[in-house]
Design a protein around this ligand. Structure first.
Ligand code: CU
Length: 128
């Protein structure tokens, strides 16, 4: 009886462990741009950034995924001042640590984007 119980617990732990591993791997694989910070992000803090700063995507191809690995919330928003007319526009909600945002680009072009909370955090997506 005790051995049966131990065997069941071991099987459950293995299943949970494998599931957690698979979920973690998928999250990592899906993130194209990592949002990083030093958990402070005082004004013009250069350690708060998008990595890589420039990323290449395809029109109507795979969605671009951003993931916030930082300690404070961030956003991903297109820069209407720098971007040409006719390009996609979007602004994410506030993304907490571990959260993701994605966008599938529908128009070719150079997309400047930034964090609307920390406006000096800037990135580019080149869509071809
Ligand atoms: Cu930010």
């Amino acid at each position: 009886m005790t051995w049966k119980l131990i065997a069941i617990v071991v099987v459950i732990l293995i299943v949970v462990g494998v599931a957690a591993y698979i979920l973690t791997q998928q999250t990592t694989a899906n993130a194209n741009v990592i949002i990083q910070d030093d958990t402070a992000c005082g004004l013009n803090d250069a350690s708060c950034l998008f990595n890589p700063a420039s990323y290449n995507a395809t029109v109507n191809g795979a969605a671009v995924f951003w993931r916030n690995d930082g300690g404070v919330n961030h956003t991903v928003g297109t820069n209407s001042t720098l971007n040409a007319n006719g390009l996609d526009t979007f602004t994410s909600n506030s993304i907490a640590h571990g959260g993701t945002y994605s966008h599938t680009f529908t128009v070719k072009g150079t997309y400047h984007y930034y964090c609307t909370i920390h406006a000096w955090m800037k990135g580019i997506i080149n869509v071809n």
